[in-house]
Design a protein around this ligand. Structure first.
Ligand SMILES: NC(=O)C1=CN([C@@H]2O[C@H](COP(=O)(O)OP(=O)(O)OC[C@H]3O[C@@H](n4cnc5c(N)ncnc54)[C@H](OP(=O)(O)O)[C@@H]3O)[C@@H](O)[C@H]2O)C=CC1
Ligand SMILES: CC(=O)N[C@@H](CCC(=O)OP(=O)(O)O)C(=O)O
Length: 344
């Protein structure tokens, strides 16, 4: 399969290149950047030296890129992918957008939270969270890859929502991310003195991943779900740990919760169930496409507390995109993704 990466100079784009290098069925044919057009990717990312001798092109060549590619991966800030999608509408090329443009079934929700008009609302698109929407992904033309915090949170909560074990209006997600989640461009909050030896929350009661989690929990449970989501920034480069709370419905035994996780994920390669009472950690999944999940039950409050860990750049972005690509192409789902996590 000929694939192209738009926004190859971003963290998500560069991570795609790292993963695609080892993919047995993918050949990268075009990579783009607007601010580094004409430069070699390995000059911007020395870890790719000797592995990619490719020159960055401009998106002005989008027509030719679309004609040459079977799949286009988009690692651009939100708002750009829908323009690419429109430009590709008449071509056989398929799209996996790592941003948010194609994640929402209802584009008015996207517009309300992202504050830009949606310019491609008629697009046939599917939500790219592989373990939960595999059948839809198989034949999709446009896949809206799930977000990073959202992947960790939705995978943690899905068994409880699907089996109606919790009140879906009592969900609280408290999640922590490494700084690569904010992208490569310089921002004051990510400046070393601001970040180092520091820990803080941001976008409380207003983060854009809130409606994405609500959309999935509503879909999986069949009940309208309104949640609280609080992200935090931690001074590490990669990794997300999500701590998710929900009130159990009356009379739900712990074994029913255990069984729900086993039923949904028991056969999933990329979801590792650590079990009741265990503690996932970001280092155990670093550099891999795994999502590690454990759950605890507090009988005093009748709450279930689910912990999940992912690498935001892999299962939260590029790895999940390649997993979706594998599903969409009928390849083994682990193709190019069979990494042992980098420990320690
Ligand atoms: N980082 C993460 O953990 C995750 C990121 N994502 C999503 O992936 C996408 C990329 O994120 P990330 O790699 O972190 O971001 P970066 O800021 O690291 O990279 C952004 C990329 O977009 C390009 N770009 C920026 N502005 C424009 C523009 N106006 N027109 C065209 N290209 C532009 C940049 O290219 P250049 O400046 O060279 O022209 C660069 O390649 C985003 O939608 C993000 O939400 C999703 C999940 C996780
Ligand atoms: C640490 C950090 O800043 N994380 C980003 C989320 C990562 C991202 O790029 O958003 P998507 O997953 O929706 O694409 C944020 O909070 O906006």
């Amino acid at each position: 399969m000929k694939v192209s990466v738009l926004g190859a100079t971003g963290y998500a784009g560069a991570e795609l290149l790292r993963i695609l290098y080892n993919h047995p069925e993918a050949e990268v044919v075009h990579i783009t950047s607007e601010s580094h057009t004409g430069e070699k990717i390995a000059d911007l990312y020395p870890h790719l030296r000797g592995l990619y001798d490719m020159t960055l092109e401009s998106m002005k060549e989008i027509e030719a890129i679309g004609d040459d590619s079977d799949f286009v991966f988009i690692g651009l800030p939100h708002g750009h992918a829908m323009e690419v999608g429109r430009a590709m509408a008449g071509k056989p090329v398929r799209i996996i957008d790592l941003g948010a443009d194609y994640r929402f079934a209802d584009t008015s929700v996207y517009e309300a939270w992202y504050h830009v008009p949606h310019t491609h609302p008629e697009a046939e698109r599917v939500y790219g969270l592989a373990e939960l929407y595999r059948e839809e992904i198989r034949n999709a033309k446009i896949i809206g890859n799930a977000g990073c915090f959202t992947t960790a949170s939705i995978l943690a909560l899905a068994p409880l929502a699907k089996q109606h074990l919790v009140d879906v209006n009592t969900i609280i997600v408290d999640a922590k991310s490494g700084v690569s989640g904010a992208g490569r461009s310089a921002k004051q909050a990510n400046h070393f003195p601001e970040l180092y030896d520091n820990f803080r929350a941001y976008n409380v009661a207003g983060h854009r991943h809130t409606p994405e989690i609500e959309q999935a929990i509503t879909d999986l449970s069949g009940e309208k779900s309104i949640i609280n989501f609080t992200p935090h920034l931690v001074p590490m480069s990669r990794g997300i740990l999500a701590t998710c709370y929900a009130r159990l419905r009356d009379g739900i035994a712990s074994e029913l919760v255990d069984a729900a996780y086993e039923k949904l994920y028991g056969k999933e390669h990329f979801i590792r169930l650590l079990g009741r009472g265990a503690y996932p950690s970001t280092k155990d999944v670093r550099g891999s496409n795994f999502c590690d999940i454990a759950w605890h039950i507090d009988p005093r409050t009748n709450r279930v507390i689910v912990l999940s860990a992912i690498d935001n750049l892999v299962k939260g972005a590029a790895g999940q995109a390649v997993q979706n690509f594998n599903i969409a192409c009928g390849f083994d789902e682990t193709a190019g993704l069979d990494y042992v996590p980098m420990y320690p």
